[in-house]
Ligand binder design. Structure first.
Ligand SMILES: [Zn+2]
Ligand SMILES: [Zn+2]
Ligand SMILES: [Zn+2]
Length: 488
């Protein structure tokens, strides 16, 4: 069913006949009314859904809320039509005829767009077809157009690969991310907060500053360093980014800059977790361990975000000098996605372009927490050696298990292994049961290799490039030698 059928008859006249999908101009479906009537006639009680209805104040209230929501979504669509027609009329008045084909295209796309798909995208219908942790780089010109390139990625990767300013090549075209994509402003995800201890690197996240302050108190729960609210940073968990058709796409090169993937941080508190002592390690399982990845841009400066039109860009390391012309002032920018309030203006009307954010991804997975009996010379070397041993024992690919590091309360090292499959397949659970085998395989890996420090057969892999320089298998050998009960 095309959107055109829900356009009210009194709005149809200004839209030329040729723009309508076939056989639709005379067809009007008053969806909000017919839906309400149909729903109220529904005689069969759905008692198993009563708790859901009660949560919003009973069936009548639920029906009323749903009707309002449907009416609002349809109004958003009709508002779009009206804004476009008005924009077209203004161009005609200004004799800006070159701009008319784009308007026509836009309206045609809108009228023929699939109503059900649009209602689903706007959150009225369940988004089964759109898994929550998948982030799209929207490449379409306007929100109703169909596109032949679909770019999407797990959010953990998208926060780097599709981050504002990042470029992607698909079907021989270079796409540049210009910021957040949304179909209505209510869809812009709310900013959350995180704090990173500059002394021990502990990270905590919370929904807002107050909650973060409450959970941390005045000092770092691990190392006791002072917690300063000024160091709290905002982050957004993006749902979709948008390609910026106006971006200077070449930058004098024809391959995109490779985006560096950030590290994954384990952010759970472990007060309720019981550790077992085994073979010189204390190990524990955490079923829904919380993990966090974020991208603060180059130089850790973050990204500025316009909360009106979604435009976002990395904050430059050096602030550019102020320009004389008004349209070159910082904060003045071309809108990333059109809103009726722009009324044909090329520039966004928002002035708060300097809202600084990071892009982040919070997720849960099955975690195996490992605390060595004493700290090794290089916790990364020990961690990646154990990672290798663990994957050998389980006969799985290295990239099925993620590795994260942090300092535990009391100053000891903590190495966290987690299932990378969404939701956690429970692989680390098996590693927990077979820990003795994991340890002996780890020792074999580091002693059997004959490289000088580290190589792709023992400690290095594609995912741990950030640490390559620090990796040394002899540190791991020394760690095991330091344990009197174990003979190498
Ligand atoms: Zn700390
Ligand atoms: Zn804007
Ligand atoms: Zn090696």
């Amino acid at each position: 069913m095309p959107i055109a059928v829900v356009i009210p008859p009194d709005m149809r006249d200004p839209i030329p006949d040729a723009w309508w999908p076939k056989d639709v101009k005379q067809r009007f479906v008053n969806l909000t009314e017919s839906w309400t009537v149909a729903a109220s006639r529904e005689a069969v009680p759905h008692h198993h859904l009563d708790p859901l209805a009660n949560a919003v104040g009973g069936w009548e209230k639920a029906l009323q809320r749903a009707s309002e929501s449907l009416r609002e979504r349809i109004k958003e669509i009709t508002d779009d039509v009206q804004a476009l027609i008005k924009e077209g009329k203004e161009y005609e008045v200004q004799k800006a005829y070159t701009k008319l084909p784009a308007i026509e295209n836009h309206v045609r796309n809108l009228l023929k767009a699939d109503l059900i798909a649009i209602l689903a995208k706007r959150g009225f219908l369940p988004r089964y077809a759109f898994p929550l942790d998948v982030v799209e780089l929207v490449t379409k010109e306007d929100r109703y157009a169909e596109s032949d390139v679909e770019l999407s990625r797990d959010r953990g990767l998208a926060i780097a690969e599709y981050a504002p300013g990042a470029q992607v090549i698909a079907r021989k075209t270079l796409y540049t991310s210009g910021g957040l994509a949304f179909t209505s402003r209510r869809e812009i995800p709310a900013a959350e907060c995180f704090w990173r201890c500059t002394t021990c690197q502990l990270i905590r996240t919370a929904l807002n500053k107050t909650k973060l302050k409450e959970s941390l108190g005045d000092s770092c729960p691990v190392c006791g360093a002072r917690v300063l609210e000024a160091a709290f940073r905002r982050f957004i968990q993006p749902v979709a980014f948008r390609h910026d058709a106006d971006a200077k796409i070449s930058f004098g090169r024809n391959t995109p800059v490779r985006q560096r993937q950030g590290l994954t941080h384990f952010i759970d508190a472990l007060e309720d977790v019981k550790f077992d002592e085994l073979d010189g390690f204390r190990i524990a399982l955490k079923k829904n361990g919380r993990l966090f990845r974020y991208n603060c841009g180059s130089g850790n400066k973050g990204f500025r975000l316009c909360r009106l039109c979604g435009r976002s860009e990395p904050i430059p390391l050096v602030q550019p000098r102020r320009r004389a012309r008004q349209d070159q002032q910082p904060g003045v920018h071309r809108w990333l996605q059109y809103l009726p309030s722009f009324a044909g203006n090329a520039h966004c009307t928002a002035s708060y372009h300097d809202y600084a954010v990071a892009y982040g991804h919070v997720f849960e997975s099955f975690c195996l927490i490992v605390r060595p009996a004493f700290n090794s010379q290089s916790r990364e070397s020990l961690g990646y050696a154990l990672h290798r041993g663990l994957c050998h024992v389980l006969q799985i690919d290295l990239n099925e298990i993620g590795v994260s590091f942090r300092q535990a309360v009391g100053g000891g090292d903590e190495i966290i292994f987690y299932d990378r499959a969404p939701g956690g397949a429970g692989l680390v659970k098996e590693a927990h049961q077979r820990w003795r085998e994991v340890v002996s395989e780890t020792r074999r890996v580091v002693t059997d290799c004959d490289c000088e420090r580290a190589c792709y057969d023992c400690l290095k892999d594609f995912a741990n490039q950030t640490h390559h320089r620090a990796l040394n298998r002899h540190d791991v050998i020394a760690f095991f030698k330091g344990r009197p009960s174990v003979l190498l």
